[in-house]
Design a protein around this ligand. Structure first.
Ligand SMILES: [Fe+2]
Length: 274
């Protein structure tokens, strides 16, 4: 049941420009267990779908060396992604499982929070398997496989990040009230828009940045970069619909997992031995 006093998610807030929220951005509940790993059938993609993947993949990969973090770029390599065809979720799942024990579930679109957190808490990454159309190559507000695969999956081959994301899922299942808002901000400023010191230069690891042409340039050249701490992040509001003015730089993925665990245990969202 929805708690009327709970802070609303940023997606549920009115758009500040008065626009309607895209219906594809409204979360849906799963009706049964989604297919995982080898159970996922490779869709019958059109030539245009593969061409859209190729365009997006090549455009990002031209920009990301020297901007994306080493762990992210290594993850792209580990997962064997190339521009010539849309990767199969079943293959990605197998490779991720070998790297960090994460697998992939195919899901139909933006998920209801509880389904999303439950999958994360089980080290399962929910991914769509359809790609944005030709008219949305620069920007789509809705989830699609380019964001899910290219943005998120490389980081799930990084062991500390992989642990952090599972802990996040576990903590989120226990969160209520203000803790829900804190977790939403933590997700936004790490998983989606996180920066990392790597080792001397600041680089990108967030999926929302690495999968977006405009965010990549903005994050490193225009956004204000502040040192990451859980307390700083949970105090920082954000706007879904604009380029991000403030981002946070973690010192390492170990810092991320360690500080998050300490905070979540302190809030009673995780057991001390989590
Ligand atoms: Fe995302």
């Amino acid at each position: 049941m929805t708690n009327p006093d709970a802070p609303v998610s940023a997606y549920e807030k009115e758009r500040s420009d008065g626009g309607e929220v895209d219906p594809r951005c409204l979360p849906q509940e799963l009706d049964g267990d989604p297919p995982i790993g080898d159970e996922i059938v490779y869709p019958d993609y059109s030539e245009q779908d593969h061409a859209n993947w190729k365009f997006l993949f090549e455009r990002q990969m031209e920009m990301l060396p020297g901007r994306a973090g080493a762990a992210y770029l290594k993850g792209v390599d580990t997962l064997g992604m190339t521009s010539d065809r849309i990767p199969a979720l079943a293959d990605l799942s197998k490779t991720m499982e070998r790297a960090t024990g994460w697998t992939v579930a195919r899901i139909p679109g933006l998920l209801h929070e509880r389904d999303f957190f439950t999958l994360l808490s089980n080290r399962v990454f929910p991914s769509t398997d359809y790609i944005r159309g030709e008219d949305e190559l620069d920007y789509t507000p809705a989830p699609d496989l380019f964001h899910d695969i290219f943005g998120h999956m490389p980081m799930l081959t990084e062991p500390d990040f992989a642990d952090f994301y599972q802990l996040f899922g576990k903590a989120a299942l226990n969160a209520e009230g203000v803790d829900r808002q804190s977790l939403e901000r933590l997700h936004w400023f790490t998983v989606e828009f996180g920066l990392i010191r790597d080792p001397e230069e600041i680089r990108i690891f967030g999926a929302g940045v690495n999968s977006s042409k405009d965010e990549v340039l903005h994050a490193l050249e225009k956004a204000e970069q502040r040192p990451f701490s859980v307390d700083a992040v949970i105090d920082q509001d954000y706007e879904v619909w604009h380029l991000q003015p403030v981002l946070f730089v973690a010192e390492s993925f170990d810092q991320l997992v360690t500080e998050f665990r300490t905070w979540a245990v302190g809030r009673g969202l995780l057991q001390a031995d989590a």
